[in-house]
Design a binder for this molecule. Structure first.
Ligand code: NAI
Ligand code: CS2
Length: 417
């Protein structure tokens, strides 16, 4: 196994913070920030990030600032590992350290063309069934009464757009990169839902002037633990607390619907398309649906990681069968997409023993994750009178899991809003 280090090859001063990203978590570091870094490596792109963490994630922002806004992504391949130094971040702030007014001023800077998000499924504060903003959500409630001092991601976006409209400045595009079906439409529904409560004219302006491209995002990026960070430190020769490890595979399908300009991500492998829906459905049902199946059933089987479940032929076969027999029939894909090959590739990716992706991590937030992964397919099976034993088993696994007691009568640390 070889380890390579890919150092940065450009001067960061050529970049401008033209994208605000909300949610500097593990995934964004190894996905959108890496694509944008690759673009700066290969072209004269001047697109850089201003990273903002809201509510949580103060420490990683401090650590990133302390290391000149560079960090490492370790890509773990079958042949070897590549430690890539990512340099696409120009600024990083934690909302509570600087205050809401300073964050809003950043979002209202004239050069900001895109606000992207990875704030987890629950960050949109929508009812998972209706897709509409939940006005009773505890994150949204304070934003209804104090809109100029927001706390939710949606509250920040609405207030920043209000500032841009008032100044007047051009709007930005809002690009969700979360595992939410029709994530752009959900982001739009949440933003308009809040704006309508605050100012009907603003809501109209947003509806007419802001775009919310949908995206399908894919790369398995487990939360980094001390073992991961030590492994990366051995390769780099120094300790990087912001580093993450991930698989080699990555995919990004983006609806080409930006109101201002955008980076030419297609030059570094992203697919810019008219309609992302089929790709989102394929990925959420086949990859994430079987991930959740393996997470709940694997947890009860005593398996700590997804790769451990893949060592058990029963689990492996069940995951493949769930994909091919119960999810594929619910999909309608453009010509040329080989779903059986896709399923085989997913099993291969899940098997990667160097990715320590905890079943417990994937089991988190099931109430938000299950609708696009399992329940929409179940609805279709019910309508068509077709069988769905494995989807039902996955839901049963979730029910059993949220009861909070495992097979040995031990408590489960359930995390779910
Ligand atoms: P993470 O836990 O490392 O990061 C989550 C980020 O979201 C943090 O910056 C946190 O501050 C922020 N956040 C959490 N709740 C929030 C809220 N209510 N409002 C505002 N910000 C909030 O998680 P990770 O791995 O980065 O994943 C984030 C999301 O990215 C996932 O939920 C999923 O939708 C998507 N994703 C993750 C992949 C992965 O393999 N990790 C792959 C594909 C998509
Ligand atoms: C996982 C996803 O945590 C989860 O729920 O199913 O984060 C998964 O790793 C990604 O969607 C892969 O792209």
């Amino acid at each position: 196994m070889t380890n390579q280090i890919q150092q940065t090859n450009y001067d960061k001063t050529k970049l401008k913070p033209k994208i605000i990203h909300l949610g500097f978590g593990a995934f964004h570091r190894a996905h959108q920030a890496l694509y944008t870094d690759e673009l700066a490596r290969k072209t004269d792109s001047d697109w850089g990030y201003c990273e903002i963490n809201l509510m949580r994630g103060e420490q990683v922002i401090q650590q990133l600032n302390a290391q000149q806004l560079q960090y490492c992504v370790l890509e773990k391949g079958a042949e070897g590992n590549t430690a890539r130094i990512i340099n696409s971040v120009c600024e990083a702030i934690f909302s509570k350290s600087v205050g809401a007014a300073a964050v809003l001023e950043k979002m209202a800077e004239p050069q900001i063309a895109i606000v992207s998000l990875t704030v987890t499924e629950k960050g949109y504060c929508v009812d998972p069934i209706t897709g509409k903003l939940d006005l009773n959500n505890p994150q949204i409630q304070p934003d209804l009464t104090q809109p100029d001092n927001p706390s939710s991601a949606i509250g920040y976006i609405v207030r920043a757009l209000a500032l841009r409209n008032a100044r007047p400045l051009p709007p930005f595009s809002v690009m969700s990169c979360d595992n939410v079906m029709e994530n752009g439409h959900i982001a739009k529904s949440a933003v308009l839902g809040l704006a309508k409560q605050l100012d009907a004219e603003l809501a109209d302006w947003i509806a007419q002037n802001v775009t919310f491209p949908c995206t399908m995002v894919d790369r398995i990026v487990p939360a980094a633990n001390e073992e991961t960070l030590q492994e990366i430190a051995e390769i780099l020769g120094y300790y990087d607390p912001c580093a993450v490890a991930c698989e080699e595979f990555k995919q990004w399908v983006i609806e080409d619907d930006f109101v201002a300009s955008r980076p030419q991500w297609e030059l570094v492998g992203a697919e810019l398309v008219e309609d992302v829906r089929p790709f989102e459905q394929m990925k959420l049902r086949m990859l994430n649906g079987s991930h959740s199946f393996l997470a709940y059933l694997g947890y009860f089987g005593g398996y700590q990681h997804i790769s451990d479940t893949m060592q058990d032929a029963d689990y492996r076969q069940a995951a493949l069968k769930l994909m091919l027999k119960e999810q594929v029939p619910t999909l309608s894909m453009p010509d040329g997409i080989d779903l059986s090959g896709y399923a085989d590739l997913l099993i291969e990716r899940f098997t990667n023993p160097s990715l320590k992706h905890r079943t417990w991590q994937i089991a988190m937030d099931g109430s938000q994750k299950l609708p696009p992964r399992l329940l929409e397919s179940i609805s279709l099976h019910l309508k068509n009178h077709t069988a769905f034993p494995l989807l039902a088993l996955a839901v049963a696994g979730w029910m059993r899991y949220v009861s909070g007691i495992d097979e040995n009568q031990q408590p489960i640390e359930v995390r779910d809003p």
